[in-house]
Design a protein around this ligand. Structure first.
Ligand code: DQQ
Length: 458
């Protein structure tokens, strides 16, 4: 296995394949993360549910596989995505069995290590009669005063994406109600995978992962009479790598989100590496007054900091400064005040001659944060583009930028509002340099702190 580009503080199994986070739950004081796992090949294969547990949301411990396909059962070809349920102290998992796509349940013990599939699976044996759908999967279950509700990712034959809503009094018998939400725009996709539906800051949020767009979207709006009417929508993290995120509520009432960061290199490279797919860092979600979804890194991540490599301030006058420090497993926290600069930012994973470099740039004219990977790797078989997200600075001109560099992950957060996560695969062993810059005018770097980060495995 080639671990050179394997992240060290982003969760991933030891080897082979990971995709969607599943069954996330804060249970008896610990955070549990289940995930789509291909234990035999870095190309995927039939999906199992891997399992990990964390006491502090920063360090993770691998647990045994939670769910495997049962030969001859409704999940014989794979245990696909789903959620965890706390049924009055009884842990349950709801998931999709394939093929065909049907909904199943499993009951757990206190440790969440051992799961027994419900004898009478599937609990929902297929889409409602007369409804021609293109997908029927990824249950998201919650409780309301009058019973249990389940949202299922779907899409109408020849039409657009949708989430179907079911109700049950006992989690076993489910009645189809109607679509919780129907897509209205081609841009929001034809098939909606992995719905997450929850209340947040006085509104409701629906997160979906649409095909063919293959980027996680959110819709925020009003939930009334068991129908969700979206007032706005946007992208969860437009960096190009994050898909199929899942949320959980913790004991503090926070909505925490983790997404799958897929690979942006060839299958041949994944096979050669022996692993594929990692989780994003956990983010704390909020909605601003306009209903825009905001993401900030969970403060618990500070526990991963090891040595502090620098803590300085400096004026930048239309110049770039290569720092004497660097690394490929670091956190950078930079506060810029713009005084006429047209661009400011940080260069990471930089070779001494600059031939390889990933640039995280704030562009004043565009009012956007960019992740520029056009020179991220000398390897032309990796994605090398520019991804960006809108970010208006306040009248104080302050940019508070946190960049988590972890081998092939560059995960950026700005002003407690936006997240931009991309993959970068430098070829050269010395592509570990760090530079800061301002161009088109002066800027002040009021605070620059860099830490070497430890492993997320205790
Ligand atoms: N991945 C799962 C599906 C889901 C898709 C299969 C999203 O349940 O729709 O691994 O990445």
């Amino acid at each position: 296995m080639d671990a050179r580009l394997k992240p060290g503080y982003h969760f991933a199994p030891v080897k082979n394949w990971l995709n969607d986070p599943n069954g996330m739950i804060h249970w008896r004081g610990s955070y549990h993360l289940f995930y789509q796992y291909g234990p035999f090949t870095p190309l995927g294969g039939a999906k199992h549910w891997g399992h990990a547990v964390s006491r502090d949301l920063a360090h993770w411990e691998h647990r045994p596989i939670a769910l495997s396909p049962t030969p001859g059962g409704p999940d014989k070809d794979g245990v696909w995505s789903g959620c965890a349920i706390n049924d009055d102290g009884q842990p349950m998992l709801a998931y999709t069995g394939v093929f065909p796509q049907v909904q199943c349940l499993a009951v757990g013990d206190e440790t969440l290590d051992h799961w027994t599939k419900y004898d009478a699976n599937p609990v929902i044996a297929g889409p409602p009669d007369g409804l021609a759908v293109t997908c029927f999967r990824d249950p998201c279950v919650w409780h309301e005063a009058d019973g249990w509700y389940m949202a299922l990712g779907s899409g109408f034959e020849g039409g657009l994406g949708a989430v179907l809503l079911y109700r049950s009094s006992d989690l076993l018998n489910w009645e189809y109600l109607h679509p919780l939400c129907k897509g209205e725009l081609e841009e929001t996709g034809r098939i909606w995978e992995c719905p997450n539906f929850f209340a947040l800051d006085g509104q409701h949020v629906l997160i979906i992962s649409p095909i063919p767009q293959r980027r996680a979207l959110y819709l925020s709006g009003v939930y009334e009479d068991h129908r969700f009417v979206a007032a706005r929508w946007g992208e969860v993290d437009p960096g190009g790598a994050l898909y199929a995120p899942q949320y959980m509520v913790d004991a503090l009432g926070r909505r925490l989100l983790i997404g799958w960061l897929w690979e942006e290199r060839t299958q041949e490279a994944q096979v050669a590496a022996g692993w594929a797919g990692v989780m994003s860092l956990p983010r704390v979600l909020s909605l601003d007054a306009d209903g825009a979804l905001c993401s900030a890194p969970a403060p618990e991540l500070d526990a991963l900091r090891m040595a502090q490599l620098c803590h300085v301030s400096m004026a930048l006058n239309d110049e770039a400064r290569v720092l004497q420090i660097g690394g490929d497993q670091i956190e950078i926290h930079a506060r810029f005040r713009l005084h006429g600069a047209q661009q400011v930012g940080i260069e990471v994973l930089r070779s001494p001659d600059g031939a390889e470099v990933t640039r995280v740039v704030y562009d004043v004219a565009q009012q956007r944060l960019l992740c520029d990977r056009t020179r991220a790797s000398l390897n032309a078989d990796t994605v090398r583009d520019v991804r960006s997200e809108a970010l208006a600075l306040g009248p104080d001109g302050l940019l508070d930028l946190r960049v988590y560099v972890d081998r092939s992950v560059v995960e950026s957060f700005a002003n407690g509002r936006i997240a931009l996560t991309s993959r970068a695969y430098p070829e050269r062993g010395d592509s570990v340099g760090l530079a800061v810059f301002a161009s088109g005018g002066p800027a002040e770097l009021t605070d620059l702190a860099v830490w070497r980060m430890g492993s997320c495995f205790a």
